[in-house]
Design a protein. Structure first.
Length: 109
């Protein structure tokens, strides 16, 4: 099963989720493919991936299993990324500003 054949998730919702990934990738000057891959441990890529995951989970209420399919990772990693974003938003003001900016742009999609 790939992310285009997720049972119970409408195609327009999948398109909006990929738009969020593209939005985050553009703001971090990365490619959407790089954010979805698990081949790097660079901080800016991981930070972009975490923010995209959190935005998708917040706005679309898709099960973490399906978000894991989008990002090629296990559902427990999705939960970890969401918690990490919450922790960093609380402790780092600059990170919180970046996240809030992306969230305001994601609402417009």
């Amino acid at each position: 099963m790939n992310y285009y054949t997720m049972p119970g998730v409408k195609v327009d919702k999948l398109e909006r989720m990929t738009k969020i990934i593209s939005l985050v990738a553009e703001s971090f000057m990365l490619t959407p493919e790089l954010i979805r891959s698990n081949n790097t441990r660079k901080r800016n890529v991981i930070m972009a991936k975490q923010m995209a995951i959190k935005l998708i989970r917040m706005h679309y209420k898709v099960p973490v299993r399906y978000i894991g399919l989008l990002f090629n990772c296990h559902y427990s990693s999705i939960i970890h990324h969401c918690r990490k974003v919450d922790d960093l938003r609380y402790s780092d003001e600059e990170y919180d500003k970046i996240y809030l900016n992306l969230e305001s742009l994601a609402i417009l999609l």
